[in-house]
Design a binder for this molecule. Structure first.
Ligand code: HEC
Length: 126
């Protein structure tokens, strides 16, 4: 004789164990990086990144002078020289020539807050 209640209880226990695991995960080392991805998307439009880059999710961002930023969050290095971490992305966006004097990407005069928001959006491109 099948016992559906028992299955439901077991499923419930399994689900809460999974959830508890996720909570530990988020409470632990890996806090989501700072910055507001929605503001970042607006800044990418208003700062003209799209005249040089193709940026998924940004209307009109189809430039070809720089590399496409599709899957940028999965890339190991920024501009081939800087390990791709959130902090390094902020540093790069604020002053690319300081990272690589020969780069064709100009210093766009972004504030740290703006660069942090843009980095938060780019973090979503996986
Ligand atoms: C005048 C053209 C130009 C503009 C405007 C520009 N970039 Fe770039 N960007 C480049 C070029 C060229 C590179 C490649 C640099 C290199 O490899 O040295 C680059 C590299 C990058 C990289 C590293 C990509 C990779 O594959 O490693 C990121 C991220 C990036 N740009 C984001 C932005 C964002 C965000 C903006 C707007 C705030 C922006 N760029 C504006 C030309 C531009």
């Amino acid at each position: 004789m099948p016992r559906p209640e028992l299955h439901r209880i077991l499923l419930g226990i399994a689900a809460s164990l999974l959830l508890a695991g996720c909570q530990d995960y988020w409470a632990g080392t890996s806090e989501p990086p700072p910055g507001d991805p929605d503001k970042g998307a607006e800044l990418i439009s208003s700062q003209g990144c799209g005249s040089c880059h193709t940026v998924p999710g940004i209307i009109g961002a189809d430039g070809l002078a720089g590399p496409s930023l599709e899957n940028i969050a999965l890339r190991g290095y920024l501009a081939g020289v800087l390990p791709n971490t959130h902090d390094n992305m902020v540093q790069w966006l604020m002053d690319p020539p300081a990272v690589d004097p020969r780069t064709a990407m100009p210093d766009l005069g972004l504030t740290q807050a703006q660069a942090t928001d843009i980095a938060a959006y780019l973090d979503t491109l996986k």
